[in-house]
Design a protein around this ligand. Structure first.
Ligand SMILES: C[S@@+](CC[C@H](N)C(=O)[O-])C[C@H]1O[C@@H](n2cnc3c(N)ncnc32)[C@H](O)[C@@H]1O
Length: 367
């Protein structure tokens, strides 16, 4: 761990030097860790708490503190994701189809290392993988070693956009595997990560897995979904000013947990080819409602084409998927009439997606 000058001084002052000095360096590290937590410097807090534990023979004492930092650094969805058999099998099948001997594979977003291990098992001569969160990267390194692939898989603790050929990768990679997708595909910055990788880290004819993805939208009537993001009167009090704090963008939740009535068929709003640049786009689309009613929300989900014949989805009917659906509530319920075509807009800026009546969705960019 690298201590700041102030932290080292604190520690020097407090390190016991003889029987007369009862100061406890662990307490100092603990206090510095707390300070880092308060400043939301969770990686630093993790390092400080871990050092305190190393200092102390009864390391056990600091497990809870370390875990507080871990909880801030490592979202719970990692576990649901790793246990999502449908996702894992689809990636395993696609990787087996695409990765061969002599391939140098780049895996963006190591997590626990599953995709890298699958690539190594499929015969890749070398796998380089990067992970933005240090504690996740070091844990993945341990997992790779324990599974006997340390000579094939190198885990780099870094954002993919900081990787360099000749430093982190011996040469440009032949295959890119990645799973940095949220419930509406683009929310985890996959577009800039892929653009950078294609430009700086991959051979011109590299295989990208997944190769493409599609995003679907469906308007639903559901006061229950609307109430997750809107408020009016409560117990005789007017809470409408709180409307300024609602989310204008989608959030992730499980559609089937809320009573809802689909008013339209699902419609494909975007198609992404991950081998090409993905530019901000606005589509003007027409749809004919199959039911009359008030649309309170748009439900979105994706289909990812991992390789030939291997597709992965978080549609409302894919109940085994750890991904939930992307729900965007409409500011006001939108009246739809059965069999009366109406126009709507769908826009994305390479990260965020907005869908709704034309007046509610900016013309060209979400930004
Ligand atoms: C959804 S998890 C997938 C983990 C693993 N690849 C798997 O499929 O089991 C994505 C991981 O990628 C990391 N990540 C996301 N974008 C990244 C980037 N551009 N560079 C490095 N790590 C990234 C996140 O911190 C997270 O641990």
């Amino acid at each position: 761990m690298n201590l700041t000058a102030t932290e080292s001084t604190h520690l020097d002052l407090l390190t016991p030097r003889g029987p007369a000095d009862s100061a406890d360096p662990c307490q100092t590290l603990l206090a510095l860790g707390e300070e880092a937590m308060a400043q939301r410097q969770y990686e630093r807090a993790y390092d400080l708490f871990s050092s305190a534990a190393r200092f102390d023979a009864g390391a056990h004492r600091f497990r809870r503190e370390i875990n507080r930092a871990v909880r801030a650094l490592v979202p719970r969805w990692h576990f649901g994701m790793m246990n999502d058999a449908e996702r894992n099998q689809a990636y395993a099948k696609a990787i087996q189809q695409v990765v061969g001997e002599d391939h140098l594979v780049l895996d963006i977003g190591t997590g626990a290392g599953l995709l890298s291990l699958l690539a190594a098992r499929s015969g890749a001569s070398r796998v380089v993988t990067c992970e933005a969160v240090d504690v996740v990267a070091s844990t993945a390194r341990e997992i790779v070693k324990q599974n006997g692939y340390a000579d094939v898989v190198t885990v780099v603790s870094s954002l993919s956009t900081d990787l360099r050929v000749g430093v982190d990768l011996p040469r440009r990679a032949d295959v890119l595997v990645t799973e940095i997708f949220d419930c509406a595909l683009l929310g985890e910055f996959v577009v800039p990560a892929l653009a950078h990788a294609r430009r700086e880290l991959l051979t011109p004819d590299a295989v990208i897995l997944p190769r493409s993805g599609r995003l679907f939208a469906q308007f639903v009537e559901s006061p229950e979904l609307h109430s997750l993001n809107h408020v009016g009167e409560v117990d005789g009090f007017d809470f409408r000013p709180f409307a300024s704090l609602t989310s204008l963008e989608y959030f992730s939740t499980t559609l089937s947990n809320y009573r809802h009535r689909p008013l339209t068929e699902p419609v494909e709003i975007f198609r992404f080819d991950f081998a090409q640049d993905i530019e901000p786009t606005t589509h003007h689309m027409d749809i004919t409602p199959r039911e009359s009613g008030s649309a309170h929300a748009v439900v979105m989900w994706f289909e990812l084409d991992l390789a030939e014949g291997v597709t992965l989805s978080n549609s409302p009917s894919d109940t085994g998927s750890h991904w939930k659906q992307a729900i965007q509530t409409l500011p006001e319920p939108w009246r739809l009439e059965k069999d009366s075509p109406l126009g709507f807009r769908a826009a994305h800026d390479g990260q965020r997606v907005l869908v709704g009546p034309a007046h509610a969705v900016p013309h060209t960019r979400v930004r």
